[in-house]
Ligand binder design. Sequence first.
Ligand code: PLP
Length: 424
Amino acid sequence: TGTLSSVDTEVGEAITRELVRQQSTLEMIASENFAPAAVMEAQGSVLTNKYAEGYPGKRYYGGCEHVDVIEQLAIDRVKALFGAEAANVQPHSGAQANAAAMSALLNPGDTILGLDLSHGGHLTHGMRLNFSGKLYNVVPYHVRESDMTVDMAEVESLTIEHQPKLIVAGWSAYTGRLDFAEFRRIADLVGAYLMVDMAHFAGLVAAGLHPNPVPYADVVTTTTHKTLGGPRGGVILSRQYLARKMNSAVFPGQQGGPLEHVIAAKAVSFKIAATPAFRERQERTLEGAKILADRLLAPDVAEYGISVVGGGTAVHLVLVDLRKSALNGQQGEDRLHRIGITVNRNAVPFDPRPPMISSGLRIGTPALATRGFGRTEFTEVADIIARAITGDLSEDRAIVLRERVRKLAETFPLYPQLSARLSP
Ligand code: PLP
């Protein structure tokens, strides 16, 4: 019956420390965001207690009249948001959504095409140790070294040679826009399904600032917690003709009881994603990424062998290219961590360094845009990053940069209502 801090001080204190970490540092992990308080309120609600195997109106448990309303709202809202014919909002995560969608369309041993992990693809697009790499015969496609964009000529020739049953288009570390119409044309050459995993750019699509894959794909999967800014989770959008297959692949195929508390939080986030304020936030996200790319392409950075993959960005993230730099990905990540900016090191295509070290940094702007950052603040952050990753980062210099980070964080308070709740 007690509060968290009285029932479990260890967990309570660690959560408080995590709140302070999020408030006092600058979050630039491209796959992260800050969920609105209303989303967290829904997720922390009594829905945690409810079993609801099945789908709205067709449950295997009693007492589902209210969760039915909530799950139907989530379905209707996400369909409207993306113009989809059918939606399943139950996948517990993006990986679960992909596993379910693939299991609905494929048999073990079937051939799939996916973007190579080391070229920006996701684990679930065919990595060797992932379910996708174990269950299916994976043919990876790549980006071209000349311009670092997906090599559609290779996609076409691999498709004709290997006759895949499914082509996956989507990425975790890429800064261009995929040509969905071209993927569709190539899939149709061999009667393959086209699945687009828009986990990273779903928020941009919802805001109308990125091409929508829904009209081109048989299935579109996404997470709800990246640019979309909702709770951690997954969604499958599909054509109507696949809706029943998708539903039975999720339940009973892959999952048991749906997380109705998360589904409620998804519903809230879909409502928010349809607002003008959300669109404005996505505009700042894109603007921030462009400002960052431009700053990192400046001569005072280039002088250290540092560049930007693809020469810029069309999305919410920048991939810093350290292949020709003495600084590696691990060191770059550590330097930024030291001054209070959180990013992740990431392999870049044709990376000569091992994946655990890597020659890249993946830096995203969604979380800071949610925090309220605009042109002025992104210009300041970009300059801080440029200074932190070039030359020697002496203790004196680190202190100055850390102070600039602190000022930005202080100017844009995060979750002030949670801090207030903690104070005695
Ligand atoms: N798909 C893509 C393109 C991703 O980038 C990710 C997450 O990084 C996922 C799927 C998996 O999402 P989750 O971590 O929720 O399983």
